[in-house]
Write a protein that binds this ligand. Structure first.
Ligand SMILES: Cc1cc2nc3c(=O)[nH]c(=O)nc-3n(C[C@H](O)[C@H](O)[C@H](O)COP(=O)(O)OP(=O)(O)OC[C@H]3O[C@@H](n4cnc5c(N)ncnc54)[C@H](O)[C@@H]3O)c2cc1C
Length: 475
């Protein structure tokens, strides 16, 4: 990872290769076959310097693991590393087992933008990382000093209430009424069943793909045909559990994601109690000092059998689920056994996105970043002049449905309202989202090659597929 913008401007493939070799050793990747390093390095170098036309026309439409990285030709250790990246950052779609290469926009570009001073809100984190490059947890600590609910949402809600905003929680939008191309009202239903009519100047929908489909009736879609694209998007369950412990967590559990082997459960663990800046005993029954967040996606939930019971999680009882997670942590983490010894385990609970009714299910899904679908995410401005969209499942620059994507979408929806209504207000400011201009010379050259049907000049070992080669459920 570059630490100064000059290093980006003096980009060289040799530097990328050295950096990859160093990083692999730093993360204990000694098991990675030396013969895989040229392939990894050529891919990283090619991706960083790929042109906008190639990104839009090719990379957004192919699968990261097989079509781009060609991980099927790597040894098991390097292949697992690529899977780990996909599982943590890329929101594969279950049907195809694929994720677009575009998620890299959201991984590497922001670091270069930060170094160039274009992403102000990350600068503090970057300074912290540069002070202590060996300890990335210090950055996580800075960015997550407590639960989002307390640190972000409650103060934000208080601020908005102070400006006169009213929140009507526990109400669900059930219908929008349209007349002569404009929304003329909405029906919302309270949890107790009471329905209410809402009359507004502008309507902003910030609800996920699977829920918005219920509200987009044929008359609404006829007035704004782009909204039909919500039906073409794939969904992906993402969920998890919180595990509580009597004692503070051992040092090595600050942050840990692990992949057991290519087809086993993948669980991402974050030792949140070590990252958060407060004493957990102020919460709940006051007996827990340690807490681990366990996150998982459709692989563990629906596809792959766990070690102990030989079944995916959705087929396990609650007790079996806990046993399987426990066994997985003990097997994969050096401190795992101590964590569960001497009555240290104090309880657990599921994330609100997963429920157990004769088996686990995840009723609300994240929108998957499947190849070829990012272009289908509807724009915030619809063809209906007083209807805007503002969810992470709308067109954004972060490679899919994420918190950053949702924040960008909300700003774009706000700006659309300012423009439509003609009010004299400042627009919400949007950071620069394109590829880093420091690498423009390489990007322009790459786009020229792309238009001539040639692979990226650095993508020499096993060039990326021109279009997806379709590996059904290849995960
Ligand atoms: C376990 C997990 C881990 C994640 N980790 C990360 C991460 O590390 N980084 C990251 O960037 N993203 C992460 N995400 C994804 C991130 O949470 C979403 O991308 C983001 O919340 C999307 O924001 P949104 O406003 O579009 O939707 P949401 O935050 O899902 O909000 C939608 C809201 O709409 C409400 N709603 C639904 N239907 C209706 C209706 N008919 N009427 C009224 N309201 C309705 C829902 O109740 C919900 O409150 C994670 C998601 C999960 C589940």
């Amino acid at each position: 990872m570059p630490t100064r913008i000059e290093e980006v401007k003096n980009f060289s493939v040799e530097a990328v290769t050295q950096s990859i070799t160093r990083s692999l050793f730093a993360i204990g990747g000694g098991a990675i076959a030396p013969s895989d390093i040229p392939l990894l390095a050529s891919k990283v170098a090619a991706w960083i310097t790929s042109g906008p036309k190639r990104r839009d026309g090719q990379l957004r439409n192919i699968d990261f693991e097989h079509d781009f990285m060609r991980a099927q030709h790597m040894g098991p250790a390097a292949h697992s590393l690529i899977k780990l990246l996909c599982d943590v950052f890329a929101w594969r779609c279950r049907e195809k087992g694929m994720a677009t290469t575009a998620f890299l926009d959201f991984l590497v570009d922001p670091i270069i933008h930060m170094l160039a001073g274009r992403r102000e809100y990350f600068n503090l984190a970057l300074k912290r990382l540069l002070q202590n490059p060996a300890d990335p947890t210090s950055v996580i600590q800075l960015m997550m000093d407590g639960p989002e609910t307390e640190r972000w949402f409650d103060p934000w809600a208080k601020y908005l209430r102070g400006l006169g905003v009213n929140f009507h929680a526990s109400h669900h939008l059930t219908r929008l009424q349209i007349d002569r191309g404009k929304i003329v009202g909405a029906t919302v239903k309270h949890r107790n069943g009471a329905a209410k009519h809402v009359d507004a100047d502008y309507y902003v929908l910030a609800i996920p793909t699977d829920r918005i489909r219920d509200v987009l009736t044929p008359d609404i879609c006829a007035a704004s045909p782009g909204l039909r694209n919500f039906n073409k998007l794939y969904l992906s369950p993402e969920t998890g559990f919180q595990l509580f412990f009597r004692d503070p967590l051992p040092g090595g559990l600050d942050f840990l994601g692990f992949n057991q082997s290519i087809n086993e459960w993948y669980l991402a663990l974050i030792g949140l109690s070590s990252v958060w800046d407060f004493d957990l005993r102020e919460y709940g029954n006051g007996r827990a000092q340690g807490m681990i967040s366990v996150e998982l996606n459709y692989g563990a939930l629906e596809m792959y059998p766990g070690d102990r019971y030989g079944k995916p999680m959705k087929e396990l009882s609650k007790r079996q689920t806990l046993q399987e997670i426990r066994a997985s942590i003990i097997k994969n983490h050096p401190d795992g056994r101590a964590l569960f010894s001497d009555g240290n385990f104090a309880g657990w609970r599921n994330h609100p996105t997963i429920e157990w009714r004769n088996g686990w299910s995840v009723p609300d899904k994240r929108t998957a970043s499947a190849p070829g679908t990012l272009q289908l995410y509807p724009k915030q401005e619809t063809s209906i002049p007083n209807l805007m969209l503002a969810s992470g499942s709308t067109r954004n620059s972060s490679g899919g449905d994420s918190m950053d994507g949702a924040a960008e979408a909300a700003k774009r929806a706000t700006n659309a309202i300012i423009e439509h209504s003609g009010v004299r207000e400042h627009h919400a400011s949007l950071p620069y989202y394109g590829p880093p201009p420091e690498l423009k010379v390489f990007q322009d050259e790459d786009d020229r090659r792309y238009l001539r049907g040639l692979p990226h000049i650095f993508d020499v070992v096993r060039p990326a597929a021109r279009r997806t080669e379709n590996y059904p459920n290849s995960r």
